[in-house]
Design a protein around this ligand. Structure first.
Ligand SMILES: NC(=O)c1ccc[n+]([C@@H]2O[C@H](COP(=O)([O-])OP(=O)(O)OC[C@H]3O[C@@H](n4cnc5c(N)ncnc54)[C@H](O)[C@@H]3O)[C@@H](O)[C@H]2O)c1
Length: 262
């Protein structure tokens, strides 16, 4: 039997692929026979390390440093990736930041923050998605094939009071993906979101400083464990594969039952 989640040599670009959910997505894609994985990260050393892991598995990978908030850098990255692998079939908009999460108790209420804080959250979580889509969609439309998966947060679905601007930026990314799905569907391109709750990654280490903090957090989860990068990567791989070819414009929570909504 053929493997349903076989990527059959497709080429994938994962933003923020150097650690956490992005890293695991890169490894999942390589294990599912991607023909090439472009590992993007702001930190080149992280991207290089993941590319090495993929090569050690027998896969092909290219590490590219680029800040996704910079359209020129993203355009250059896509040009480099295309020179190496010929095209990009799958884009995973994973890079994101939740803002000052080192100690949630220190996180200021929205009204005590200003444009300099907002810029950071909206820049990565929304403009970064626009930049990457602008750079890859023309090629996908031309070739009549594409999969775009954007990683948002349950904060963007139900709102988190201490992450107000982040919540808004993630909701904006989801709204954009719904509209994009309608614009690109006839070109054989799908666009979906995965909405995560707490996944054990370096990005949320600041929340997980003690057993007590974790136990308190888990009270909000129907399935009483934190998510692991695998939980997220499984859904991203599915939406990035041919198995999801009739699914577009949707948001799929992967959240251990954190926010159960209709
Ligand atoms: N971990 C969670 O609990 C959680 C919950 C909800 C949503 N998310 C979302 O999942 C995604 C991945 O989260 P994570 O926890 O794995 O994050 P992480 O912080 O562990 O890793 C993110 C990676 O993205 C890179 N990055 C950040 N900004 C970038 C930029 N401007 N350009 C290029 N690379 C950049 C970082 O260098 C880092 O290596 C993010 O979009 C995040 O908002 C995570």
């Amino acid at each position: 039997m053929t493997d349903i989640l076989d990527l059959k040599g497709r080429i994938a670009l994962i933003t923020g692929g150097g650690q956490g959910v992005g890293r695991q997505t890169c490894l999942h894609f390589a294990a599912a026979n991607a023909g090439g994985v472009v590992v993007n990260d702001f930190h080149l050393d992280r991207a290089e390390a993941v590319a090495e892991e993929i090569r050690a598995m027998g896969g092909k990978a290219l590490a590219v440093q680029a800040d996704i908030t910079d359209l020129a850098a993203v355009t250059d990255m896509v040009a480099r990736a295309t020179a190496e692998f010929g095209r990009i079939d799958i884009l995973v908009n994973n890079a994101g930041n939740a803002g000052p999460v080192a100690d949630p108790a220190d996180t200021k209420p929205f009204w005590e923050t200003g444009p300099e804080d907002w810029q950071k959250w909206v820049g990565t979580n929304f403009f970064g998605v626009l930049n990457a889509c602008k750079a890859v969609v023309p090629g996908m439309m031309e070739r009549k094939y594409g999969r775009i998966v954007t990683v948002i947060s349950d904060a963007g679905r139900v709102g988190e009071p201490h992450l107000a601007v982040y919540s808004g930026a993630k909701a904006a990314a989801a709204g954009f993906m719904r509209a994009l799905a309608k614009a690109v569907g006839r070109g054989g391109v799908t666009a979906n979101c995965v909405a995560l709750s707490s996944i054990r990654t370096p990005g949320i280490a600041g929340y997980l400083t003690s057993e007590e903090a974790v136990t308190k957090m888990l009270k909000s989860y129907v399935i009483r464990r934190l998510g692991e990068p695998d939980d997220a990567a499984n859904m991203i791989l599915f939406l990035g594969s041919d198995a999801a070819s009739w699914i577009t414009g949707q948001v799929y929570p992967v959240n251990g039952g954190y926010a159960i909504t209709p």
